[in-house]
Design a protein around this ligand. Sequence first.
Ligand SMILES: Cc1cc2nc3c(=O)[nH]c(=O)nc-3n(C[C@H](O)[C@H](O)[C@H](O)COP(=O)(O)OP(=O)(O)OC[C@H]3O[C@@H](n4cnc5c(N)ncnc54)[C@H](O)[C@@H]3O)c2cc1C
Length: 451
Amino acid sequence: MNRRESVMTGGLSLLGLAGAVRRARSAVIPRKVIVVGAGISGLAAARTLVSLGHSVVVLEGRTRIGGRIATSGLWADAPVDHGASWIHGPTNNPITALARQAGAPLVTTNDNSMIVYDTAGKPLDAAGSKKLEVLRTAIEGAVTRGQNTLRTDATVQSVIEAGTAWQGRSAQDQSWMRYLINSDYEQEYGGSSNSLSALWFDQDSEFSGQDLYFTKGYRSVTDLLAQGLAIQTGQVVTRIRVQGAQVFVDTKTGTFTADRVVVTLPLGVLKSGAVQFLPALPAAKLAAISTLRMGILNKCFLRFKSVFWAEKYDWLGYIPALNGRWAEWCSLSRQTGKPILVGFNAADYGGQVEFSSDAMIVQEAMATLRRIYGATVPDPVGYQITRWGNDPFSLGSYSYIPVGAKPGMMDALAANVNRMIYFAGEATNRKYPATVHGAYLSGVRAGTELV
Ligand SMILES: Cc1cc2nc3c(=O)[nH]c(=O)nc-3n(C[C@H](O)[C@H](O)[C@H](O)COP(=O)(O)OP(=O)(O)OC[C@H]3O[C@@H](n4cnc5c(N)ncnc54)[C@H](O)[C@@H]3O)c2cc1C
């Protein structure tokens, strides 16, 4: 069991947010505000500020809005999401209400609907499935014991190895355990088990309920939030300068001035130094930026003429010979009505794969599928591949807590600087990092905090 706290009821309700906005509105001094970034946190901040009576301009570097919510229209009859796809835990989740308001069609994805194939490509039989569960219990036990006893932080991998008598185990046990570590931790948090902090990696909370998938794309939510906002796309911010009571935001094409700025740059962009702050950011914030890390999750969508896989399962797992390679697949055929599979690569291998050509990536994916479903499996009729680590407007998929970092660093990232520069974005939300709802709530928080 990990330490994630499941929020069964309550959570941060929309009503609670509305109350905060109402209280803030009564004290408002109208200001000119620039919001940097038109991802969901920037849009949420901008809407909150506009609803409080401020005048807001959103500056976005890409030629589109949405950020890591990125619905591709390449297959006109089957929109697929290169970034976020699911509402994780829809009960009391603010994104559920927004999706309903946007009229977005949603279907449940069942995490327990899964078939696992061994390295040779054979489905696990009853004994194999039982063995996998025994290994999973051993891993979870080792993590929990580590969290209860560690004096100084260590990596998730080292704690698992110490707590499961790893060295004495068979090669097959180790390979299956590597699969479980990848599937249960690396795919979710994006960080390598050799980097994730055993003490803190799962300190976050979650909403309850089966995940919901957007069959027509997540962008319906960001499109809804963007309605009526003044957004300038193609404005790549390079410098944020505070002088007296004014903020000057330089982009590659000009300078914008405002009374306040809300920065929603992804942690990866903050780490890169692509945006300069003058005066320099406080030491605690700089430490948080350099110590917290961006994880990787990449997707490879493969579209076929017809379904050849076990489509009654939502999830297909494969225990690879090499750590983390093409271990996790989701069938989108039930959810979209189209013969589409998506393969996920996370953490170390998720990063490595970005440097391969499209042709190589598709070839590797197909080698795995042919190992499972036979050599006669046809080539795909189309594919789409993500490379979030190399995307200059993201430089990673989402944040995680590595050894050496502490959850309080997310609060340091969220803290405003002299009530002039405010910060939002998934990495600033200690309770719900790395999620759409966490990013959204951080934007509402920054917007209300500014008052
Ligand atoms: C592959 C993948 C799958 C995911 N799956 C899920 C999921 O199923 N469910 C879920 O809840 N979460 C998921 N997430 C996480 C979720 O997408 C993010 O946490 C959330 O969208 C982040 O929103 P944000 O506003 O913090 O950042 P962003 O959406 O990244 O917004 C920041 C904005 O700043 C812009 N920007 C960057 N640099 C500059 C610059 N110099 N000048 C101006 N603008 C700039 C960017 O272009 C971007 O639009 C996934 C993420 C990825 C990558």
